[in-house]
Design a protein. Structure first.
Length: 182
C-alpha cells in the first residue's frame, strides 16, 4: 500500500479525459488499494484516478462519515465503494450540495446536481452491477465521474463565481505559501 500525491488545480493533468479500464487484475487492485488509502488519509469522501495522475475510469467513494458540518469530513467507519467504468444511465430531481475536492483544497461551494442517479459499473474483478443512489452518494458519484471527463466542481459554478475562485487560487500560487512569505 502506498499514499499517492494528489494533483491540485490548475494542474493541466486534471483536465485530461480518462480511458476505460480494459485489464482487470493485480495492477488494477493495487491502484484501487492505493487510492483508498490516499482518500482515507486525506481525509476525503471520494477520489478519482486522474487526481492521482492515473488517467483511467476508476473512482473510489466512501460517504460513511459523521453527520456534521466538519470540513474536511470526520469518518465514522470504512465502507468503500469502487466504481470501474461507471456510467450514469438515469438522473432524477435536483439537489444543491456544498462540495469540496481534494484537488481544490480549502474551497467549498454549493453545486447543482441530480438528486438521484442510476449507475452501471464494474467491480474490481470486472463483474457488472447497477447501483441506485440518492443524496450525498449520488452527489459524490456525479462529482467523481466529472473528474474522469476532466471537469472539476468549480467548473460547474456560475461563470462569475468560477472565474473568481480560479483567479484567487492562481493568485495565491503566484504569491507562494503565506506561511513562508516575508
Ligand atoms: C467529493 O470531496 C464530494 O478542501 C469528494 O482541505 C464532495 O473528499 C463528494 C477535502 C461533496 C460528495 C460531496 C477537501 C479534504 C475532501 C478539502 C472530498 C480539504 C480536505 C473533499
Ligand atoms: Co474532486
Amino acid at each position: 500500500m502506498a499514499l499517492l500525491p494528489i494533483l491540485t488545480y490548475p494542474d493541466p493533468r486534471l483536465a485530461r479525459k480518462s480511458e476505460p479500464v480494459k485489464k482487470f487484475g493485480s495492477e488494477l487492485e493495487k491502484i484501487c488499494a492505493d487510492m483508498l488509502e490516499t482518500m482515507y488519509e486525506a481525509p476525503g469522501i471520494g477520489l478519482a484516478a486522474p487526481q492521482v495522475n492515473v488517467h483511467q475510469r476508476i473512482v473510489v467513494i466512501d460517504v460513511d462519515y459523521e453527520e456534521s458540518d466538519d470540513e474536511p469530513p470526520v469518518r465514522s467507519n470504512e465502507n468503500p465503494l469502487i466504481l470501474i467504468n461507471a456510467k450514469i444511465t438515469k438522473k432524477e430531481g435536483d439537489i444543491l450540495f456544498k462540495e469540496g475536492c481534494l484537488s481544490v483544497p480549502g474551497e467549498y461551494e454549493e453545486v447543482n446536481r441530480a438528486e438521484r442517479v442510476v449507475v452501471e459499473y464494474q467491480d474490481i474483478h470486472g463483474g457488472k452491477h447497477v447501483l441506485e443512489a440518492e443524496g450525498m452518494l449520488a452527489v459524490a458519484i456525479q462529482h467523481e465521474l466529472d473528474h474522469l471527463d476532466g471537469r472539476l466542481f468549480i467548473d460547474r459554478l456560475s461563470f462569475v463565481k468560477s472565474r473568481s475562485i480560479k483567479r484567487k487560487i492562481k493568485k495565491e500560487l503566484e504569491l507562494g505559501d503565506p506561511e513562508e512569505r516575508e
